[in-house]
Design a protein around this ligand. Structure first.
Ligand code: HEC
Length: 104
């Protein structure tokens, strides 16, 4: 018998997805799609081009940041962010890149 799970959670929780996460792909996407607002690198003195956008390294270090929280965030639209249309692998790769910045 199948257990009904909300679709979004089912997508996120599939363990096989981890295999498609590639931090170097995530870095490329971050450079092309996110760097206009966010500081995306490791540099401790970097400033985000948009002062309201948190630096990815700070996002990575927030205690509330987890692989799941990032994936959920990147799947949802955001008031202050353009509506990205990111594929599953792009989201996985971005999440693993950002988490890697914080050593998670
Ligand atoms: C047009 C500017 C802009 C772009 C481009 C942009 N962001 Fe953001 N982002 C923001 C702003 C502003 C915030 C802070 C919004 C808020 O929390 O109210 C934010 C917040 C975030 C957060 C913080 C979530 C949290 O838990 O607080 C994450 C993660 C994030 N962005 C990821 C990304 C990624 C990944 C990309 C590229 C795919 C991206 N952003 C592109 C402006 C942008």
């Amino acid at each position: 018998m199948r257990i009904a799970v909300p679709l979004a959670l089912a997508l996120i929780a599939t363990p096989a997805m981890a295999a498609s996460a590639d931090p170097s792909t995530g870095e490329k996407i971050a450079k092309s799609e996110c760097a206009s607002c966010h500081a995306i690198g490791r540099a401790a003195d970097a400033k985000s081009p948009d002062p309201k956008a948190p630096r990815f390294i700070d996002v990575a270090k927030m205690s509330s940041t987890t692989e799941l929280s990032l994936k959920v965030f990147l799947r949802s639209s955001h008031r202050n962010m353009p509506n990205f249309i990111l594929g599953r692998e792009e989201i996985d790769s971005l999440a693993s890149y950002i988490l890697g910045l914080g050593g998670k």
